[in-house]
Ligand binder design. Structure first.
Ligand code: SDX
Length: 428
């Protein structure tokens, strides 16, 4: 028997030997790609135990609460690095030298503006359009503006598209917010940090200067870092699948934005704040805890639980510290935040949530911080998309640079009608 082989015995058939592959960390995988010729497919709705690809970008251990970006622990990156440096790391695989970092910062800074014609796209939306709806539209529309970086087989084209997307997402995001408000768009400023520039585009007005609060700037940058990438989550898998067909990078990222919008995924931070508002006061928390435990009630505590982290979300640990830092710094007195802190305390001590391992996830605390900063809940997932763009483009680039990559095309278990003959309408 060959080493590292799984043997599958299907009734009535000879044993099938399936190779086992080992990575540098985490689970081994059983390569089942040859199974089709033996007349079977695997069945794994929701991909609970399916590896869709080989990747070097991010490693997660859900049981130990580990998250590594190119081998570096997320808590070290969040407390010692910057979002732009993490972007460099995710894209290139190594931390930059001082010169490499300066060059990368200059490259991103000098691509933050968008084509003036793109600004007219916003005028096609109602003023009360959800900013995620706007973002889905305008990110896809970037395809119409950049014909010089659409050859996905050209490494330089891929690199140019990646920088354009990372650089322009904050501008597009802030424009969506300003459009909702009916305020004029604010151009990016090259003298500000990545986070400071975003805050300025969000909150400055022509009538007076906006002064970036360094605590808020740091918290914003940390939110960007903590949402930058997360292995093969739903939206990243969407980007990979879209990219596998050869679609242009802007269309792929637009698909990722759409997938992230769901309340089970990136929409959870907005849904979490809406849940806190619905709870309204600390004394109503037990009523909602009971709903969350009721199997017949579809209600879930938004911002709690995770498909992979069954211990704690390491990002939430860092985000929690940042949350309390911002609340103290801004001296925020908000009953909604009191509800959040009490809900966290109860959920962390309640036997049901402990047994089901439903800890507060990254979205629970990021929503609270963004509300404290004065960002409306409708913008929360937009900011998640802005942050995750570097993860999406890193995985998109990795997939396209791997030799022999194929279009993603899952199979199915068909349970529909067997073949039958058409009956003309007059005879039915
Ligand atoms: C993100 O994949 C990623 O990496 C995502 C993300 C990223 O960075 O890309 O980390 C970002 O999306 C974080 C998750 C944000 N979503 C939410 O906060 C929404 C609320 N959470 C749930 O919808 C849920 O926890 C999921 C979707 C996150 C995970 O669901 P799973 O892994 O499919 O687990 P499950 O739905 O099968 O639930 C397991 C059990 C169930 O009870 P039983 O059927 O076993 O009795 O736990 C219960 C669920 O009812 N449960 C919850 C719950 N989440 C799960 N009960 C109450 N409240 C919850 N939030």
């Amino acid at each position: 028997m060959a080493e590292n082989v799984a043997t599958l015995q299907i009734p009535g058939q000879d044993a099938i030997e399936l190779p086992i592959k080992s990575g540098s960390e985490g689970h081994d995988v059983i390569n089942i790609s040859s199974l089709g010729k033996h007349g079977h497919f695997t069945f794994d709705p929701g991909f609970m135990a399916t590896a869709s690809c080989e990747s070097e970008i991010t490693f997660i251990d859900g049981d130990k609460g580990i998250l590594l970006h190119r081998g570096y622990p997320i808590d070290q990156l969040a407390t010692q690095s910057s979002y732009l440096e993490v972007c460099y790391l995710l894209l290139k695989g190594e931390l930059p030298s001082a010169q490499q970092m300066q060059d990368f910062k200059d490259l991103v800074t000098n691509h933050t503006m968008v084509h003036e014609q793109l600004a007219t796209f916003y005028k096609g939306f109602r003023r009360d359009a959800h900013p995620m709806a706007i973002l889905c539209g305008v990110v896809g529309a970037l395809s119409a503006f950049y014909h010089d970086s659409l050859d996905i087989n050209d490494e330089h084209h891929r690199a140019v598209a990646a920088i354009r997307l990372i650089s322009k997402m904050p501008t597009l995001a802030a424009m969506a917010y300003k459009y909702n408000l009916g305020q004029p768009f604010v151009y990016p400023r090259n003298d500000l940090s990545f986070a400071g520039n975003f805050l300025n585009m969000m909150f400055s007005v022509p009538c007076e200067d906006y002064v970036v609060n360094p605590i808020v700037e740091r918290a914003m940058d940390r939110i960007f870092i903590l949402h930058a990438d997360h292995e093969q989550n739903a939206s990243t898998s969407t980007v990979r699948l879209a990219g596998s067909s050869g679609a242009n990078p802007f269309a792929c990222i637009s698909a990722g934005v759409a997938s992230l919008w769901g309340p089970a995924h990136g929409g959870a931070n907005e849904a979490c704040l809406e849940m806190l508002a619905e709870i309204g006061s600390v004394d109503r928390i037990p009523e909602f805890i009971a709903k969350a435990k009721d199997k017949n009630d579809p209600f879930r505590l938004m911002g709690f639980g995770h498909r992979v982290y069954k211990n704690h979300d390491p990002r939430a640990t860092v985000m929690r510290e940042t949350c309390h830092e911002v609340l103290a710094e801004l001296n925020i007195q908000d009953p909604l935040l009191d509800v959040a802190m009490e809900l966290e305390r109860i959920a962390l001590s309640d036997e049901y949530f402990i047994q089901k391992k439903l800890y507060p996830n990254v979205d629970f605390y990021s929503g609270i911080i963004m509300k404290a900063i004065g960002i409306p809940t409708s913008m929360f997932t937009v900011i998640f998309a802005l942050s995750r763009t570097v993860g999406w483009v890193s995985h998109w680039q990795e997939m396209l640079s791997q030799p022999g990559h194929k279009i993603g095309r899952p199979r199915q278990l068909y349970t529909g009608a067997k073949q039958r003959q058409y009956v003309p309408g007059t005879e039915r």
